[in-house]
Design a protein around this ligand. Sequence first.
Ligand SMILES: Nc1nc2c(c(=O)[nH]1)N[C@H]1C(S)=C(S)[C@@H](COP(=O)(O)O)O[C@H]1N2
Ligand SMILES: [Mo]
Length: 511
Amino acid sequence: MESNRRAPGWAGPLIGLVSCATALGISLLAAGLVKASAFPVVAVGDAAVDLAPAGVKEFAIRTFGENDKNVLVAGILVVLAAVAAAIGALAVRDVRYGTAGLVAFGVVGALAVLTRPDAALLDVVPTLAGVVVGIVTLRLLAGRAVSAPPGEAVALDRRGLLVGAAGGLALAGVSGVIGVGLSSGHSAVSRARAALKLPRPATPLPPVPAGADLRIKGLSPFVTPNPDFYRVDTALVLPQVDPRDWTLRIHGMVDRPVELTFADLLKRPVVEADVTLCCVSNDVGGPYVGNARWLGVSLAGVLRDAGVRRDADMLLSTSADGWTCGTPVDVVLDGRDALLAFAMNGEALPVVHGFPVRQVVPGLYGYVSATKWVTDIKVTRFDRDEAYWTPRGWAPKGPVKTESRIDLPRDGARLPAGRTVVAGVAWAQHKGIDAVEVRIDRGPWRRARLAEAPTADTWRQWVLDDWDATPGEHTIEVRATDATGYTQTAERAPVGPDGATGWHSVDVRVA
Ligand SMILES: Nc1nc2c(c(=O)[nH]1)N[C@H]1C(S)=C(S)[C@@H](COP(=O)(O)O)O[C@H]1N2
Ligand SMILES: [Mo]
């Protein structure tokens, strides 16, 4: 009798997978209505990002680059699918086990959603809705797999099961697509962004001097176009912040706490500045550096209005999604172009780069200065508060280290013999680059020609136009000297805890 009642091997996993798919589809739909980051898979991923040891994150960034988030979500879905198949297999034995499995899923999802820094109680709705629909689906389908009353010979209701499974998948697909559409449209925020009229700077910058860009094919352009600008952040789903709802609270060790609206911000004198931003996770020769013309207001001006107390030494800024960043007060107040920026290269900040408002501070790595979607600045002390990356093994302070990179020729390139252009960029923000030298096969250092740099806050292109490449294998190395007189040393340091050092080198083969 018992053996008659057993469904074929594929039925259980199929039932589990379809139930899980409907759960995800429905919760995507609900997340589209509530908040995209309340989709439990995203919340579990966000929690994994926050809980992962620093070494794992570094490995992920190094291995998967800007795809690290997609790889994480794919990994979670694979685990989910395996567990769902197992739940289905249990459910055809006893549907209570399957139900319990889905409830356990729901508990994990709800915990992840509710422990996010920006969580609201309503955020649990997508998880709940998904689990309820998943359980109903599971019970319906499991009922098809063992369809006969006890005591009678049973045949699996194969047709019923397959029709039910197809129905479940259709439901999952349709609700999922609608949900994704709802959350990616964010029509209010993208409309507000498109409608934003950029104010004119009090003292507009002259156009970028022609001499700043050597216009060599394959060399990083002086201004990095927004779509090419690197992206680094912990957000699996981009915060959608409507400028009409945005406020910036400045509080803590200040005489007069303030809360600015976006309109308040635009009333202040507008500053324009060319600033090169770079990431502490950028290894020697790496891609996480870019230069833009930013438009914003003086962060120092806003802080002075609030009245920073003498013994404060840290700005703890927080983003709409709860990420935090610690910036030295003295650096922000020393007269450099530290900005609350709302535009980048002539357009409103792209959402991925922090719309509506982000911080930009020349001379500091992004993790200690460049808070995107910034909504809160607490004036405090380094010995009282810690920012996101500090307990994860990164230095509390992160001044940018003088660096240089060879863009041309590319590592591993095969080149014809003869005159060859070697070119790249070098940066030492707020100090400035004074010299770049190149050497071939550990020969004598030769001075590269420098492009213009409008200020000390940007990177500087360099070129060596007259290398006479001879057949064979060659190693090209570069080092920069900044305006303080410091020359990069060969000493290799990893990216953690406070930025990589060493000379970038490329190997080429000349025919
Ligand atoms: N809200 C938020 N802001 C953030 C981060 C983040 O994870 N969340 N990462 C910082 C880091 S590490 C860097 S290097 C810069 C990168 O800015 P970009 O993505 O605009 O290039 O943003 C900074 N601002
Ligand atoms: Mo970074």
